[in-house]
Design a protein around this ligand. Structure first.
Ligand code: ADP
Ligand code: MG
Length: 729
């Protein structure tokens, strides 16, 4: 059988065969969990007691590690890695490209006697020196000053990763310039963790707690993704290079029936999920929940929450393992925020809370929150963080991909507001009015109305899926994070904003108390803060167009896209949030603004080039050959006798094809010109604005022409796998 296009050949093949998922044997989860990490258990076994104890104090209390201890730890780590079959090690870091970076070195070192030894010293563990000239630095380093340092982060365990049959020891690291500035996502994250801890402890001390030694943010990121058949994916250069489809008409069936959400998971996908989970468990990543998501071919994986620095590293590994495992199952895992136009995009729900060193969740309201002054202080701080410091939070979720999602009618809008639920909102209002509230707190039980079933405990808040920042019982869920993004930026902003808000409130508390009952002082101070920040509380439908109008009246920011948000990065109030507690220096902040805008421009430019090349070399030739066929047909039938109908289908078809092909040609020429103009412009902000205002709308118009062609060109000729094929396998 011969086919007009590889797409047709693959479809024919897929129609007659079933994919066979490879089988991977694996030990039971209890044996598997943490197998490939140099964890505390191994360290206790392999390190001298005193070194182990000092390392624990580094992990828990940020105490610095000595070079002598580092030597001992490095040697134990190396022995373990070599016993397991590793030959190389790498510092693993998170530069501002948004992905992780690694450079492998062999353990092996030749000696002067001509043989070799395996070497991995404390110095090699603590510090690496990758040639860093090609990582983004926003002008902090010029390319001729290539020196950058990676430094071991002892708070995140080293791990072994297998690529093919090769095993490598990965050492989680931060990444600094020669001059000591942070060039990565991890350094400011660790700084933000310490900042929020210091301010939270201040509040605890205010209420007389002198036991707590540190406070940590805990994060559980729920990860959404799409899976498509890899054979079809391989025929979509836009998916391969940009992660999203730049063309594609809607499928006859989209998500309107909502029959995919929480539906039964297919055997092929379940096999993939099982293997991905096994690999995550081996790395000590507590993958826990899996389900089908709203859109067809969309899924979610949620790990159990962990300390923020681990949650960030683990989320990067989750992205890597989902991608790699999918390939082995003949699937492609799409992590882009909006792979398909008109179909729900993917996000990451960043569940965030604060816990003290005794394990108490500081965001747990307890049975009577109006009596729990300490909880009310933390609640006020979160409201203040999202209200007063909303621009840093908005900046924490910027990215060209996420712009397709935020503000669309399915994801939280770009306006940041907080969902508290009616009951907690009532408690706040009663604080403002100076009343005691006991009335509105109606947790209790709920009877299912089935006599065989026990009553179910009712949560204190219902859910609001449309809110970008929702209180869900004892944590806040920041839902504006994009699926492909590192969660570091959002959490740096969240910690920074929370640290500033706690600082502001605590300063007032300390002033008001002056030796009197801290609870009374809190009541008085909080009523003022709650009144100021009540406008950020919104329990209604965030997708409704009226909310945009209402939010504007309330004076909330609506920074609709990444460029708009990033242009505020260096505003004095925004700078203050990051610099006040030393999370970023002014120089680092300016560099980050530059890098993020550059990243935005690069992404849009890749898509522009895809539209240009696919438009000219894949779509237009097919459209023109369809046009030629249609023209031949028009000529061929023109002399034939016609039935008595005024309709000339071949002429209409020809005209439609002609108009769409003409549109496409004209618009592609316009895109070429605009692209060249922007390329020659100077000023990163102006170029980013140009990409947003000129290139993206033009690409949208080109897409309309191409999608129009897709709907009328002979299906046998169409080169790109269609939405129906990609989404409904
Ligand atoms: P959903 O919001 O989809 O119903 P869950 O409430 O079960 O899901 O939890 C979602 C995520 O929130 C999980 O990763 C979970 O571990 C995490 N989570 C639960 N409690 C906390 C907490 N106190 N702090 C941070 N994350 C939490
Ligand atoms: Mg959730």
């Amino acid at each position: 059988m011969s086919f007009d296009s590889p797409r047709r050949a693959i479809r024919a093949h897929m129609a007659t065969t079933s994919p066979i998922a490879p089988f991977f044997a694996s030990p039971p989860p209890a044996e598997l969990f943490g197998r490939d990490i140099f964890n505390l258990k191994l360290m206790r076994e392999r390190l001298p007691k005193s070194v182990f104890e000092r390392l624990l104090s580094t992990i828990h209390n940020d105490a610095p590690i000595s070079p002598a201890d580092a030597d001992v730890i490095a040697s134990a780590m190396k022995d373990w890695a070599i016993e397991r079959g590793a030959t190389h090690y790498t510092h693993w870091f998170q530069p501002l490209t948004g992905v992780t970076a690694e450079k492998h070195d062999a353990f092996l070192t030749p000696t002067s006697h001509g043989d070799i030894i395996n070497e991995f010293s404390g110095k090699m563990l603590i510090k690496g020196e990758p040639d860093a000239s090609s990582f983004p630095s926003g002008g902090i380093r010029s390319t001729f000053e290539a020196r950058g340092y990676t430094a071991w982060d002892p708070t995140s365990p080293a791990f072994l990763l297998k690529t093919g049959e090769r095993l490598t020891l990965y050492v989680p690291s931060i990444f600094l310039s020669h001059t000591g500035e942070a060039l990565d996502a991890k350094t400011p994250l660790l700084r933000s963790q310490e900042a929020v801890s210091r301010q939270a402890i201040r509040v605890l001390r205010f209420f007389g707690n002198d036991r707590v030694t540190r406070v940590r943010a805990n994060v559980g990121p729920e990860q959404e993704y799409f899976l498509v058949d890899r054979r079809l994916y391989n025929l979509r250069p836009d998916l391969i290079m940009a992660g999203r489809t730049v063309f594609g008409a809607p499928a006859p069936k989209g998500q309107e029936l909502e029959d995919h959400y929480f539906g039964a998971i297919s055997p092929r996908v379940l096999a993939f999920m099982t293997e991905a989970e096994n690999r995550l468990w081996a790395l000590g990543i507590p993958a826990r929940t899996r389900h089908n998501e709203v859109a067809p071919a969309q899924f979610e994986l949620a790990p159990l929450y962990e300390q923020i620095n681990l949650a960030v590293d683990h989320n990067m590994l989750i992205l890597k393992i989902l991608r790699e495992t999918a390939a082995e199952f003949g699937l492609a895992c799409l992590l882009h925020e909006k792979p398909f136009a008109g179909v729900n995009g993917s996000g990451k729900h960043n569940n965030w809370s604060l816990a003290d060193s005794e394990g108490n969740n500081l965001l747990d309201p307890g049975p009577a929150p109006w009596m729990n002054s300490q909880f009310m202080v933390f609640l006020a701080a979160v409201l203040r963080a999202v209200h007063k410091y909303s621009i840093p939070l908005r900046i924490g979720v910027t990215g060209a991909g996420n712009d397709f999602r935020l503000g669309a009618n399915e994801a939280p809008p770009a306006i940041l507001s907080v969902f508290l639920g009616d009951q907690l909102t009532d408690v706040i209002k009663s604080f403002i009015e100076g009343k005691d509230d006991t009335e509105s707190w109606r947790g209790g039980a709920m009877a299912p109305g089935v006599s065989a079933m026990a009553p179910l405990a009712r949560d204190i808040t219902d859910r609001n899926r449309t809110s970008p920042f929702a209180f869900t019982g004892n944590k806040f869920e920041f839902r504006a994070v994009g699926s492909s993004q590192s969660i570091a930026a959002a959490n740096i902003a969240l910690n920074a904003a929370a640290a500033c808000a706690l600082d502001d409130i605590c300063t007032e508390l300390e002033k008001a108390a002056g030796g009197s009952d801290p609870r009374k002082a809190a009541r008085q101070v909080l009523s003022k803060f709650f009144e100021e920040h009540l406008p950020v509380v919104f329990n209604g439908n965030n997708y409704a167009p009226e909310w945009e109008v209402e939010a504007e009246k309330r004076g909330l920011w609506n920074l609709k896209d990444s460029v708009a948000a990033l242009s505020h990065y260096t505003d004095p109030e925004v700078k203050d949030v990051f610099t006040r507690h030393g999370i970023l220096t002014e120089r680092e902040l300016v560099a980050r603004q530059d890098i993020l805008l550059e990243n935005y421009i690069r992404e849009v430019h890749v898509e522009t080039k895809l539209v240009q090349t696919l438009g000219r070399s894949a779509i237009l030739p097919v459209a023109l050959s369809a046009l030629k066929k249609a023209a031949d047909l028009v000529k061929a039938v023109s002399d034939l006798p016609r039935p008595s109908t005024p309709v000339k289908p071949e002429v209409l078809y020809y005209q439609n094809l002609y108009a769409l092909s003409a549109d496409l040609t004209v618009l592609l020429d316009e895109l070429d010109q605009k692209h060249a103009q922007l390329d020659s412009m100077s000023g990163v902000l102006a170029r980013a604005q140009g990409a947003r205002d000129t290139l993206l709308p033009l690409m949208g118009r080109i897409r309309a022409a191409v999608d129009g062609l897709e709907l009328c060109v002979d299906d046998n000729l169409w080169p790109l796998p269609k939405y129906g094929e990609l989404l409904w396998q």
